[in-house]
Design a protein around this ligand. Structure first.
Ligand code: ATP
Ligand SMILES: Cc1cn([C@H]2C[C@H](O)[C@@H](COP(=O)(O)O)O2)c(=O)[nH]c1=O
Length: 204
C-alpha cells in the first residue's frame, strides 16, 4: 500500500520517478525510532504486549507526529510516497474482533489526504511465500485475509483516489503501473490545496 502526496514541483524536477523520490527524501515509512515508534516496534516484534485500542491510537499518533515534516517537504516541492499510512491502521485494527471501521478511522480524520492511494493486491497465500513473511505479529494468512476484506470496504470510499495494482506481476510491470498512476495523480494535484483525510466521510 503506497500513498502519494504532491503539491508543486521543484523547478528542475522532471516529474515522478522512484529514484528521484528516494534521493529527495520523499519516501516515508512509519518511524519506529521515535518514543511512540519504539513502543510500536517492540509490540510488532512480539517483545511486548499492548491493549488493542491503545496500540491503534499509538499507530495514529505516530502518523500525526510526522505531519509537520510531511508539510514541510510538500512546501519544498518534494513529492511524498508514504508506505501504508492510515489505511493500514484501519484495516489491521478493524480485522480484530469488536472493532468498528468508523471507530478505527476517527483518530486519523484530518491527516493530510493523499492524492493517490495504491493498493498492491496479492493473495495472502502468495504473499506468505515471499521473503520474511511470518516474522512479525499479524503475519498469518488467516489474519491477512480479514485485513484484505477490510481494505475492500475502505476502497468503497469515493473521497479517496484508490487504484488497485496487481502485485502478482513481475517487478518491472508493478513499477510501470505505479509510475503511470503516480504521474497522473501528480499532474492533477499540482497547486491544489492539501486535503484532509476522511473529513467528509465521517461527517454524519
Ligand atoms: N512483483 C514481485 N515479484 C516477486 N517478488 C516480489 C515482488 N515484489 C516484491 N517481491 C519480494 O517480496 C518480498 C516482500 O516485498 P516487500 O518488502 O516489497 O513487501 P511489503 O508488502 O512492502 O512488506 P511489508 O510487510 O514489509 O510492508 C521481498 O523479498 C521482495 O523482493
Ligand atoms: C501503519 C500501521 C501498520 N500496522 C501493521 C501492519 C504491519 O503488520 C505492521 C507494519 O509493518 P511494516 O512492514 O513495518 O510496514 O503494522 C498496523 O497495525 N497499524 C498501522 O497503523
Amino acid at each position: 500500500m503506497l500513498s502519494v502526496f504532491h503539491r508543486r514541483s521543484l523547478k528542475f524536477s522532471s516529474g515522478f520517478n522512484v529514484s528521484d523520490v528516494l534521493s529527495r527524501g520523499g519516501f516515508l515509512h512509519a518511524d519506529r525510532t521515535t518514543t511512540i515508534g519504539q513502543l510500536i516496534g517492540a509490540y510488532l516484534e512480539n517483545k511486548s504486549d499492548l491493549e488493542d485500542h491503545t496500540v491503534h491510537l499509538l499507530f495514529s499518533a505516530n502518523r500525526w507526529e510526522m505531519v509537520p515534516l510531511m508539510k514541510k517537504k510538500l512546501e519544498q516541492g518534494i513529492t511524498l510516497v508514504v508506505d501504508r499510512y492510515a489505511f493500514s491502521g484501519v484495516a489491521f485494527t478493524s480485522a480484530k474482533p469488536g472493532f468498528r471501521l468508523d471507530w478505527c478511522m476517527q483518530p486519523d480524520v484530518g491527516l493530510p489526504k493523499p492524492d493517490l492511494v495504491m493498493f498492491l493486491q496479492l493473495n495472502p497465500a502468495e504473499a506468505a511465500l515471499r521473503g520474511q513473511f511470518g516474522q512479525e505479529r499479524y503475519e498469518t494468512s488467516v489474519f491477512q485475509r480479514t485485513v484484505q476484506q477490510r481494505f475492500e470496504q475502505l476502497m468503497k470510499d469515493q473521497t479517496v483516489n484508490w487504484q488497485v495494482i496487481d502485485a502478482a506481476q513481475n517487478i518491472e510491470n508493478v513499477h510501470k503501473d505505479i509510475t503511470a498512476h503516480s504521474l497522473n495523480a501528480i499532474n492533477k494535484a499540482q497547486n491544489l490545496p492539501l486535503g484532509e483525510l476522511w473529513s467528509e466521510t465521517l461527517q454524519n
